[in-house]
Design a protein around this ligand. Structure first.
Ligand code: FES
Ligand code: FES
Length: 148
């Protein structure tokens, strides 16, 4: 119950006022994320310098959950090392696939709200879009990634 409320609050806030929602001209990695289930797309821009994510931003028109998830993701990984960002992705993956039942809310902090997507299984792909794009950026892939 608590996590549902927190989740709804965060989705509302980040969708209304998305953080890091802008084009980045000097990004050194750029990924197009695509959700074939609905056709929504985001573009993720990442500037990596010396193994650190110096800047990250996104653009695109997705649903409230995909926008909020992308916004939250950029906030979480900005200023982190690539390794730390990969670690966050792994946590996200475990939460959304239900493999992390012992989710420690305090330890995960804001990321814990992502566990809320499990309360709405049909929308998991929406929340996943930004994170798959991040994963591709960390792997330095050049292509479009999809949520499938
Ligand atoms: Fe787990 Fe994509 S986040 S498969
Ligand atoms: Fe398209 Fe959510 S409905 S990403």
């Amino acid at each position: 119950e608590q996590i549902r409320d927190l989740y709804q609050e965060v989705v509302f806030d980040h969708n209304r006022n998305p953080r890091n929602f802008r084009v980045m001209e000097d990004a050194n990695r750029k990924i197009e994320g695509f959700n074939p289930l609905c056709g929504d797309k985001i573009t993720l821009y990442v500037k990596v310098n010396d193994g650190v994510i110096e800047d990250v931003s996104f653009q695109g028109s997705g649903c409230a959950i995909s926008t909020a998830s992308a916004s939250l993701m950029t906030e979480l990984v900005k200023g982190q090392s690539e390794e730390e960002a990969q670690h966050l992705f792994d946590i996200f993956h475990r939460i959304t696939t239900g493999k992390d039942d012992a989710v420690n809310l305090e330890e995960l902090g804001k990321l814990a709200v992502l566990a809320g997507v499990r309360a709405y299984p049909a929308r998991v792909k929406c929340a996943t879009l930004a994170w798959h794009s991040l994963q591709a950026a960390l792997k330095n892939e050049k292509d479009t990634v999809s949520t499938e």
